[in-house]
Design a protein around this ligand. Structure first.
Ligand SMILES: [Cu+2]
Length: 348
C-alpha cells in the first residue's frame, strides 16, 4: 500500500510536470506565432558602406535575401583568386536589424556555383546558428526565421564543409543587432573585415591563385587582407571623413585562423565595444578581434591627414593588411604640428 502510494505520487508528479511542460511549450509557441506585423526588406549595400541606422521603435519582420556565388576577382595587383561569397562581395553585405526583430533569411546558392553553401549567423539563438536550415545546393534556396534576442555586432559565415576553406575563400560578414535604444549618432560609419588567404603558389606569384589546404591547416597565410583584397580601402578607395566627424568602424574577423590586433595609426578609439559588447571601454589604442568575432570603435577625427588601419601584428602589412582613413580639413596646430624647420616625412 505504501509502495502504491509512492508510485502514485511519482506518477502524479510526472503528470504535473508533463502538463506544465506542455503549457510552457504551447505558450512559447503562442509567443513565437506572434510575428511582427510590420514587414521590411533589409537594405543591402556593398562594403565598406553600412545601411543607415534603424529609427523605428517597434519590432519588424525583416526579410533578407542573400545569394552565395563563386566569382574570380582581383586579390592583389596582377593576382586573381576564385572567391566564394555572399552577394558577390567580400565580406558579404552588412546586415542591420533591431533587437527584438524577427529575421526571415532566404539563402540561395547561385545556379552557377559548383558547391553547396550555407550561413551560420552568430546573432542567432538556435542550434547551428542557421547552418542546418540553410544548406543549399547550386540553384536551391532555403528560408528560416530567427528572433534577434541579443543586441550586438556578430559575424556570419558559411558553415559547409570544409568550413575554414569556405571562410578563407571569402564567406563571412557582419550583422548588427541594434539595441532597442539605438547606437549614439555618428557622422560616418564604415564596415571592414579581415580575412586571410592561403595559396598553393605563394604571395609572389601572379595570375589565378588556388587554395592551399596544407597552408590553411598550418596557419601559414600568404595574404592577410581587409575587405577581400590588397588595397580595398586605400588610395582612391580610402575611407573618407571631414575634420570633426565622429567616425564609427565596425570591424570583424572572418579568419579563418588569425586574430587581429586592430589599430588605427595616429588615432585613439574614444570608445571601443570590444568583442562586440554592449558596454564600451574608453581610450583604447589597439583592440583584439578574434576569428568569428567583431568590435566597433567610435572616435572623433581632430586632425586632418591620412590614418592607416592595420593589424598591429605588423608583419601582416606585407601580406596586405592595410587600409586608409583620409580626413579632410584645415590644420589644427594646437593639437599636432611640426616645430621649426621640421618638414613632415609624409603620411604613414
Ligand atoms: Cu560556402
Amino acid at each position: 500500500m505504501v509502495r502504491y502510494s509512492k508510485s502514485a505520487a511519482i506518477l502524479s508528479l510526472a503528470l504535473i510536470l508533463a502538463i506544465a511542460t506542455a503549457c510552457t511549450t504551447s505558450q512559447a509557441q503562442g509567443e513565437d506565432a506572434k510575428l511582427p506585423t510590420r514587414v521590411e526588406v533589409a537594405a543591402i549595400v556593398a562594403p565598406p558602406q553600412v545601411p543607415p541606422a534603424i529609427t523605428r521603435k517597434e519590432p519588424a519582420l525583416v526579410k533578407v535575401e542573400m545569394e552565395t556565388t563563386e566569382v574570380t576577382k582581383r586579390l592583389a595587383d596582377g593576382v586573381e583568386y576564385g572567391f566564394w561569397t555572399f552577394n558577390s562581395t567580400v565580406p558579404g553585405p552588412f546586415l542591420r536589424v533591431r533587437e527584438g526583430d524577427t529575421v526571415e533569411l532566404t539563402l540561395k546558392d547561385s545556379p552557377q556555383a559548383r558547391t553547396a553553401h550555407s550561413i551560420d549567423l552568430h546573432a542567432v539563438t538556435g542550434p547551428g546558428g542557421g547552418a542546418v536550415l540553410t544548406q543549399v545546393s547550386p540553384g536551391q534556396a532555403k528560408t528560416f526565421r530567427f528572433r534577434a534576442l541579443n543586441p550586438g555586432l556578430y559575424v556570419y559565415h558559411c558553415a559547409t564543409s570544409l568550413i575554414p576553406q569556405h571562410i578563407s575563400n571569402g564567406m563571412y560578414g557582419l550583422i548588427l543587432v541594434q539595441p532597442k535604444a539605438g547606437l549614439p549618432k555618428v557622422d560616418k560609419e564604415f564596415y571592414v573585415m579581415q580575412g586571410e588567404l592561403y595559396t598553393e603558389d605563394g604571395r609572389n606569384s601572379k595570375g589565378l591563385q588556388t587554395f592551399s589546404l596544407q597552408k590553411m591547416v598550418d596557419e601559414n597565410a600568404d595574404y592577410v587582407v581587409f575587405n577581400g583584397e590588397v588595397g580595398s580601402i586605400t588610395g582612391d578607395k580610402a575611407l573618407q571623413a571631414s575634420l570633426g566627424d565622429r567616425v564609427r568602424i565596425f570591424f570583424g574577423v572572418g579568419g579563418p585562423n588569425l586574430t587581429s590586433s586592430f589599430h588605427v595609426i595616429g588615432e585613439i578609439f574614444d570608445e571601443a565595444h570590444q568583442e562586440g559588447a554592449s558596454e564600451a571601454t574608453r581610450n583604447i589604442q589597439t583592440t583584439l578581434v578574434p576569428p568569428g568575432g567583431a568590435a566597433w570603435v567610435d572616435f572623433t577625427v581632430n586632425v586632418p591627414g591620412t590614418y592607416t588601419l592595420v593589424d598591429h601584428s605588423l608583419g601582416r602589412l606585407l601580406k596586405g593588411a592595410a587600409g586608409q582613413l583620409v580626413v579632410s580639413g584645415a590644420d589644427q596646430p594646437h593639437i599636432f604640428s611640426p616645430v621649426g624647420d621640421n618638414v613632415p616625412a609624409g603620411d604613414h
